[in-house]
Ligand binder design. Structure first.
Ligand SMILES: O=P(O)(O)OC[C@H]1O[C@H](O)[C@H](O)[C@@H](O)[C@@H]1O
Length: 451
């Protein structure tokens, strides 16, 4: 049995076990295409075996680099976007405490960690430069292609800052480049300047790369145990590769969402009840959105943070267009407890909760919300995560990656490419005046003048 459990009970009034059984053959075929590497996009199947087959020598180098950064830096700046950003941030927020960066020195033994290159905002970078101040920092620049504009601009800014502060050689010893093993402008720059390099394997796509150096170096710098993370992923892999359909939770999740989609549920809302899971939802959105949203098909991945968004999006989920299915992320064991105290005179009427934990309150809010949403016509699936620790997180990452592989094949798309992402880039380069885009620029300016 895998570490991650899928609970379908809240969706059973919208689909039947019989419908799931009918999908068994198709799901088994999809799974075989994944694990035997025969399906579409199989040149990007590297993640399937990664938890077992990862490069141990590089893993040790990641741990060494993390220890050096912990020793010589107050701040680590991580430059990256999409798959070169979301997994590391999601993991650090999930594993460390929510106010990790704000903890006073002494209580947090590891550097503050900030992410850049995930937007086009000068204000954002200026604000971060103020936050770093005169303190010591290092930079981990992450880009598989080595050419992504957001990442490259932010890297130029923080590299220049490092060079001014430490000189060229000093800066080079504080820059860590995670990129392709051969190709791309970043790899060439890194080789020229002598940055320590980590490899994103050719056969692992960006959104499937969290268990490579892409995620592992920043996660290790935060003090989390990356060996346990890999162990959790390996155990989940073992379960999902060997379990029969009836017991295979990732396959059942993939099939359930497929059946619900075919019945008109166009949007999947991933709901968490713990603020430190918000970025897990962002990582999941890229994983599912980029993998399935093509050929004019695909479930639209959406997310809500609860109970926060019950006070903003709750109305729509309860009562708006009935195109929603919901998947609840449930952490079974909270990291720590806060007990509500009794107050004399019960001025706020809350003494009925005295002695109860916040987790008790939260779990009951979750139960009540699930039932209300089911009554409102929203099928509610649930994914149970045993604890907010490295082992469970490794398993969760693998669970979703496996599920989207199966689900994408059931949908009849190649889940491992993202051709649509290039369209905005071509327009942006043309409008920015990038050499080589002169013709497109003229055409776009003429079109804008007409509109
Ligand atoms: O790692 P990089 O090559 O910089 O790519 C970063 C991200 O940008 C792209 O545009 C893709 O759509 C994503 O799949 C990718 O994760």
């Amino acid at each position: 049995m895998g570490c991650i459990q899928f609970d379908l009970r809240g969706a059973l009034s919208f689909l039947s076990e019989r419908e799931l059984v009918q999908m068994e053959q198709a799901a088994e075929t999809a799974k075989d295409e994944l694990v035997e590497h025969t399906g579409a996009g199989n040149d990007f199947h590297g993640w399937v075996d990664l938890p077992e087959a990862y490069d141990r020598e590089e893993f040790a180098r990641i741990q060494k680099a993390a220890a050096k950064i912990q020793g010589d830096s107050d701040v680590l700046v991580v430059a990256g976007i999409g798959g070169s950003y979301l997994g590391a941030r999601a993991a650090i927020e999930f594993l460390r405490q929510g106010f990790y960066n704000q903890l006073p020195k002494g209580e947090r033994k590891t550097p503050e960690i900030y992410f850049v290159g995930n937007n086009m905002s000068g204000q954002y970078m200026n604000a971060l430069i103020d936050v770093i101040g005169e303190r010591d920092f290092s930079v981990n620049v992450i880009s598989k292609s080595g050419t992504t504009t957001e990442t490259a601009i932010s890297f130029r800014v923080f590299k220049t800052l490092l060079e001014k502060k430490y000189g060229k050689a000093g800066a080079a010893s504080r820059i860590y480049a995670t990129t392709d093993k051969q190709r791309g402008a970043l790899k060439q720059l890194a080789d020229r300047e002598g940055y320590e390099c980590f490899v994103i394997p050719d056969d692992v796509g960006g959104r499937f790369s969290v268990l490579t150096a892409v995620g592992l170096l920043p996660i290790a710098v935060s003090g989390a145990d990356i060996s346990r993370l890999m162990e959790g992923a390996a155990a989940e892999r073992q379960a999902l590769l060997t379990e029969a359909y009836a017991d295979n939770d990732a396959m059942r999740y993939a099939v359930a969402r497929t059946v619900l989609n075919r019945k008109g549920k166009e949007v999947e809302v991933l709901a968490n009840y713990e603020p430190s899971l918000a970025m897990i939802s962002e990582w999941w959105k890229q994983l599912f959105g980029e993998s399935e949203g093509k050929d004019q098909k695909g479930i639209l991945p959406h997310s809500v943070n609860l109970t926060t968004d019950l006070h903003s999006m709750g109305q729509y989920i309860q009562d708006g267009r009935r195109i929603l299915m919901e998947t609840v992320l449930n952490v079974e064991q909270p990291k720590n407890e806060l007990v509500i105290e009794e107050e004399a005179g019960d001025p706020d009427g809350l003494n009925y909760l005295a002695g109860k934990t916040m987790d008790f309150v939260c779990k009951n809010a979750m139960r009540g919300t699930k039932l209300a949403h089911i009554d409102g016509g929203v099928p509610v699936m649930q994914i149970n995560i045993p604890a907010q620790d490295e082992y469970s997180l490794g398993a969760l990452f693998y669970f979703f990656e496996f599920a989207v592989g199966v689900s994408g094949y059931l949908l009849g798309v190649n889940p491992f490419d993202q051709p649509g992402v290039e369209s905005y880039k071509r327009n942006m380069f043309a409008l920015l005046g990038k050499p080589g885009y002169e013709k497109e620029r003229e055409a776009l300016l003429a079109r804008e003048a007409q509109e």
